[in-house]
Design a protein around this ligand. Sequence first.
Ligand code: MTE
Ligand code: MO
Length: 339
Amino acid sequence: QDDEVTPAEKFFIRMNGQIPEPFAGDPRSWRLRLDGEVNTPLDLTLGEIESRFPTVTRRLQMECGGNGRAAFSPETRGNQWGNGAISCAEWTGVRLRDLIAAAGPKEGARFTGHFGADPHLSGDPARQAISRGMRIEKALDEDTLVALRMNGRPIPHIHGAPVRLLVPGWPGSLSQKWLTRVTLLDGPHTGAGMGGTSYRVPVRPIVPGSRDDGKEFADMESMPVRSILTNVAHGARLPAGTRALDVRGFAWAGDQAVRAMHVSTDYGATWREAQLAAPANRHAWQRWTARLPLPSDGYYEVWYRATDSEGRMQPHAAGNWNPQGYGANPLSRIAVLVG
Ligand SMILES: Nc1nc2c(c(=O)[nH]1)N[C@H]1C(S)=C(S)[C@@H](COP(=O)(O)O)O[C@H]1N2
Ligand SMILES: [Mo]
């Protein structure tokens, strides 16, 4: 998809449990609780939340922790995502940090735990489909939203209506859909999808393909730099005599910005710097564009890679192999045939 702001119908979809029944009541009467290590637990309707707290609108990227998984060798468990598990919509909501401030966090509040209304795949009501949490610092980031609208409209059911978390730049699994409760904790949350090898990567690199219990793994936090090319399909045929190709796409880097974007038509022997736009706001992806000369008819590959604001590039191969396949961000390539 080539849209600067991802429309709802093109936004990627990922679910770990069953799709819950749509909420039958007025969405404004949906209740959200904030409890745990707080002085005054909150139990508010969305109507109350909207009238009590300021709303903000931001373009925020959300990316599945397993985006790029198909690049790992040997193959890892999970959806074999290419580069498609990324979208950047315009979200409107209240800041989670405003809710936390209203509840008065206790000194021991160091982590969050998130809960949603979707049933576990087994249908067992005692089990959570997914329930992840993060360090309180990320919950206090001004871009971490309790989102009420997507692209100016009510959030579509499949994306978590009527309210979801939006935790930009960190694994999408933190952005709890059908949000019912956030709890503050003095230690890491232990919900479904926490611990072991879930959304965790090795602290020290392990042998690709090896088994590991995840004891010496750490939670994935900011997602690594990555880019997509959005206007030319892999395998495109161009008319004979075409001598230039305009390409464009997006680049992003978790909590960071993208500093540079490069494109090569000679297998990485030489690189051409693409033009790179500033993000609409922090945590929004950035548009890149480049014009590539094509010296003759024939077969070409377009290789492309981004560099984050700390100078880290997309590598040539997926590194830091891990059993569930998180964080693969090698450079990408498409083939085109001229004539
Ligand atoms: N309640 C709930 N929230 C959830 C999930 C889920 O299964 N249930 N999946 C998570 C994962 S793994 C991702 S990548 C994002 C995907 O959100 P989307 O379907 O709106 O793209 O939602 C997250 N939030
Ligand atoms: Mo995900």
